[in-house]
Write a new protein. Structure first.
Length: 434
């Protein structure tokens, strides 16, 4: 009896996928189930699949199935965040027991999130897109405003700023959250299989098409299609995508019958698409179809006051992944981090947090990097603001250790906080921070 049959006989709803990539489409932070995956698979293997799944939700229980020779690999997977592993051959009873415990954990995780949302803002956007700067707070307001609509969205931002995080938040906060979130990396589409991958095909549509197959567009029915790096899509395909966005229908290869689509499109770009369209590298008509709403993700250098807080969160996240106690981060280190331009943005900052946790950071690793031509007063003011913010964060918002560490009087600290619009509540871990 297969594992699928065993689980279904015990009352579980089971979805099986021919490839791990397909399974990723259904995973979200609101996904109520758990994942059971073999380690040895063609294409995306179990370890890679787990890494991508946990990037979507670090609290998702992933159970790996392994052969006897893969036990050391499975142990490594446990350290990397797997919930459990099952060694072949295994009894159906053992699988059912592990899945039952994993589902209990998942239910508790979702319940706790719901409780936190009930007493907080109603969602977890502050966790996903962390920070207290005006730029990031404005972005969160825009996401909440547009999430429950069906408007297509274009998300623009530099590499590593969190464009996919924002896209998934839009999906998870929408009425489509229970349906697939199908991610399409436009820069990685194989030229010879583009149309088949996206539109699907009928049996015999081309050599090797032994049976009919849904494409990614049709697989997203009822959900969201995420077009990552849409600026990389070939012009020839942009024409066909324009028709799909406009008509909300596709036609499989080898067929003349259109299939209606109930989907929302979210696209991202690291380039200015209006400039690309002006240069003829992107179709203007597609741009005007896809950017009903445009969201701009700020770079870290545009919200440097958020860097210390994000770094502490990333260090804590890394500590969980590596099963270590999070170390204390000196205020001086946080202040130095806030001075860096971070060209790789949050992605680069996450790597720095991993290195810090593992004790691999090098002295002077974080440098200003840019040729800052601002007047000295502006640069000193930014440094002072970042130093105060970093020290407040390091001290959990407590004022006394902050002004003592900075060598200021209490009155002077208050005046500087007022000057730089640093609200005490934004840094306090508890209500009684003094």
């Amino acid at each position: 009896m297969s594992s699928k049959q065993s689980l279904e006989l015990d009352g579980y709803d089971v979805d099986c996928f021919e490839s791990a990539v397909r399974g990723l489409d259904l995973i979200s932070r609101t996904f109520e189930g758990v994942v059971v995956s073999d380690i040895r698979m063609p294409g995306l293997d179990g370890m890679q699949f787990m890494e991508k799944a946990l990037a979507i939700d670090p609290d998702l229980p992933v159970v790996l199935i392994t052969g006897h020779g893969d036990v050391p690999l499975a142990v490594a997977a446990m350290r990397a965040g797997a919930y459990d592993f099952i060694e072949k051959p295994f009894a159906a009873k053992h699988l059912l027991s592990v899945v039952a415990r994993a589902l209990e954990k998942r239910a508790l995780t979702l319940e706790n999130r719901a409780l936190r949302s009930a007493i907080g803002s109603g969602d977890d956007l502050e966790t996903r897109l962390s920070g207290r700067s005006p730029a990031i707070e404005s972005l969160r307001r825009q996401i909440r405003a547009v999430a429950r609509t069906d408007a297509d969205v274009l998300i623009v931002g530099e590499t590593g700023t969190g464009k996919e995080v924002a896209a998934r938040a839009l999906h998870d906060l929408s009425e489509r959250s229970a349906k697939p979130f199908v991610a399409i990396n436009c820069a990685a589409l194989p030229a010879d299989l583009i149309e088949s991958e996206l539109f699907g095909h009928e049996q015999g549509a081309f050599a090797g098409a032994m049976r009919a197959r849904f494409g990614k567009f049709e697989h997203a029915q009822g959900g969201t299609i995420f077009l990552d790096e849409i600026e990389s899509m070939p012009l020839s395909l942009q024409v066909k995508l324009l028709r799909v966005v406009q008509d909300r229908a596709i036609t499989r290869l080898g067929s003349n019958d259109p299939v209606a689509l109930d989907v929302r499109f979210i696209a991202t770009s690291k380039l200015d698409l209006e400039a690309e369209a002006a240069e003829g590298r992107f179709r203007a008509d597609l741009l005007y179809r896809i950017n009903v709403v445009t969201l701009h993700i700020p770079a870290l250098r545009e919200r440097s006051e958020d860097v210390p807080r994000i770094f502490l969160e990333l260090v804590a996240e890394a500590a969980g992944r590596y099963h270590r106690d999070p170390p204390e981060v000196p205020a001086a280190v946080l202040a130095d981090l806030a001075k860096s331009t971070w060209p790789g943005n949050v992605r680069e900052l996450r790597n720095a947090a991993d290195r810090f946790l593992l004790g691999l950071s090098e002295q002077g690793e974080q440098t200003n990097g840019g040729n800052d031509a601002r007047v000295l007063a502006d640069r000193m003011a930014e440094f002072e603001k970042n130093a105060i913010s970093a020290t407040l964060i390091a001290n959990g918002g407590r004022l006394k250790p902050t002004y003592e560490a900075l060598g200021l009087s209490r009155k002077t600290l208050y005046e500087k906080m007022q000057k730089y619009d640093l609200q005490r509540d934004a840094f306090a871990e508890t209500e009684d921070a003094q």
